[in-house]
Ligand binder design. Structure first.
Ligand SMILES: Cc1cc2nc3c(=O)[nH]c(=O)nc-3n(C[C@H](O)[C@H](O)[C@H](O)COP(=O)(O)OP(=O)(O)OC[C@H]3O[C@@H](n4cnc5c(N)ncnc54)[C@H](O)[C@@H]3O)c2cc1C
Length: 417
């Protein structure tokens, strides 16, 4: 597909044109088939996947602080990374999630029984794997670097506009680069989304998420343990041996108070929240707090521009869906590229337009389904209303006691394979 294996070379402020490309606005500045904007995990995977098809690709990734989050990736998502060639053996870089335990720690009138879900019930060794985002980035980097037709540019995009058949991007380093197809993987506040005038239905939550790494006296043994508190879950995720990653969703003002405490003060609070089930807890890192919001972009693709990852959708980390969904974005984008060979279009603009339209259409159902699932889970966790509490309790009881229902819920949570 497309133009195979060009080695782009940065020349001053521009990037040398691929030898056989001619439909540029100005022959001395034309660049690339595709530019991916954003160096988070969605951008890294998209850049690698697209360049692997042979398309001439630029990855715009300004340097950023280390991503302290961890990601539970379900088995189908790990398979996507394996098929792409980004992950060989997940055990080399992550930790299996074999069981999920739910403990109702709310002070509510109607409370759910404790429930344990085992991946063996769906014939899998694990529901998925827990990875540190920084470890994934470290492992992906040499693989991304190896692709000769992928040029990395360490700068951010400042302005985006049409020049003839192409998109032009003015960069923070003063240069301008051009491409036919633009992939916005530039996170929640996406510059690409805003430049295209694409709106969202954003809802900011009063909860944030606190993350840190812990050592426990008693190991989790492959079990992810979710304590459901009144304002959100406190989840210990296995990180090998007696290590755990904490993801604690709580009201933002409470988390701000926790963050302001001394390490000993923070430790004491986490110890209490864990109900001492895993013995003595110690902090291995500082704590990091992320504000939470829910949205989907009104459009995921138009006029030769597509949005992947949190540029197009964001959720609270309930049911671990965000990056899983982003990997399915990339998978569907690859299908759209393979359905639309460049040489079957009269111009590169027609090609990019078609890819972006097909992608927008293709992603609608999965994103709606995921958003509905996370919304339902989140609001049922937080509801003060007795009928909602009864429904949630009944739901957990039903999941615990009715195997076919439990299987269906597992499939829903793991996402389409
Ligand atoms: C606490 C927490 C826990 C989570 N746990 C899970 C989980 O267990 N499982 C799961 O699937 N998901 C999880 N998620 C969600 C997951 O982390 C995100 O969906 C995913 O990391 C988003 O990746 P991204 O690349 O889309 O965005 P980001 O990581 O935000 O990356 C966007 C990048 O774009 C760059 N950028 C921005 N503007 C520009 C510009 N103008 N030019 C160039 N670059 C630009 C930024 O510098 C940044 O590097 C969690 C989220 C949180 C907050």
């Amino acid at each position: 597909m497309g133009t195979k294996g060009h080695n782009n070379a940065i020349q001053g402020n521009t990037i040398a044109p691929p030898a056989n490309k001619s439909n540029s606005a100005a022959d001395d500045v034309i660049t690339s088939d595709v530019i991916i904007i954003g160096g988070g995990l969605a951008g890294q995977v998209a850049a690698y996947a697209i360049a692997s098809t042979g398309l001439n690709t630029i990855h715009l990734a300004p340097s950023t602080p280390i991503d302290r989050r961890t990601s539970a990736l379900m088995t189908p998502s790990v398979s996507i990374l394996q098929e792409l060639g980004l992950v060989d053996d997940p055990a080399q870089m992550g930790f299996p999630l074999e069981k999920i335990r739910i403990i109702d720690a709310t002070s509510r009138l109607i409370r759910a029984p404790e429930a344990l879900f085992n991946s063996a019930e769906v014939g899998e060794e694990a529901f998925g794997w827990n990875f540190a985002n920084a470890e994934l980035t470290k492992r992906f980097a040499p693989k991304i670097k190896k692709l000769g037709n992928l040029t990395a540019v360490q700068a951010s995009a400042k302005k985006m506009y049409r020049t003839g058949n192409n998109w032009a991007l003015d960069l923070s380093n003063g240069s301008t680069i051009h491409a036919h197809l633009i992939i916005g993987a530039d996170g929640k506040k996406s510059f690409v989304r805003q430049s295209m005038g694409i709106g969202t239905n954003q809802r900011d939550h009063k909860q944030s998420a606190l993350v840190c790494d812990l050592s426990l006296e008693r190991p989790l043994n492959g079990e992810s343990v979710e304590y459901h508190y009144d304002n959100g879950p406190f989840t210990l995720v296995p990180a090998g041996g007696n290590k755990a990653n904490l993801v604690w969703v709580e009201n933002e003002d409470i988390l701000a108070q926790v963050k302001a405490k001394s390490p000993q003060g923070i430790r004491d609070i986490l110890q209490e929240k864990s109900k001492n089930l895993f013995g003595h807890i110690s902090l291995d890192t500082g704590v990091f707090v992320f504000p939470l919001s829910t949205f989907e972009a009104d459009k995921l693709g138009m006029e030769g521009v597509v949005l992947v990852g949190e540029a197009g959708h964001a959720f609270p980390p309930i049911g671990a869906q965000g990056l899983n969904l982003s990997l399915r974005d990339v998978k569907d984008l690859l299908v759209c590229l393979s359905d639309n060979a460049q040489d079957s279009f009269p111009s590169m603009q027609d090609w990019a337009d078609k890819v972006s339209q097909e992608y927008a259409q293709k992603r609608k159902v999965d994103i709606k389904r995921t958003k509905t699932m996370v919304d339902t889970l989140f609001s049922s966790l937080l509801s003060e209303l007795l009928p909602a509490q009864a429904l949630r309790t009944g739901g957990i009881w039903a999941l615990k006691s009715i195997p076919p229902l439990r299987k269906y819920a597992f499939q829903l949570g793991m996402g389409p394979s």
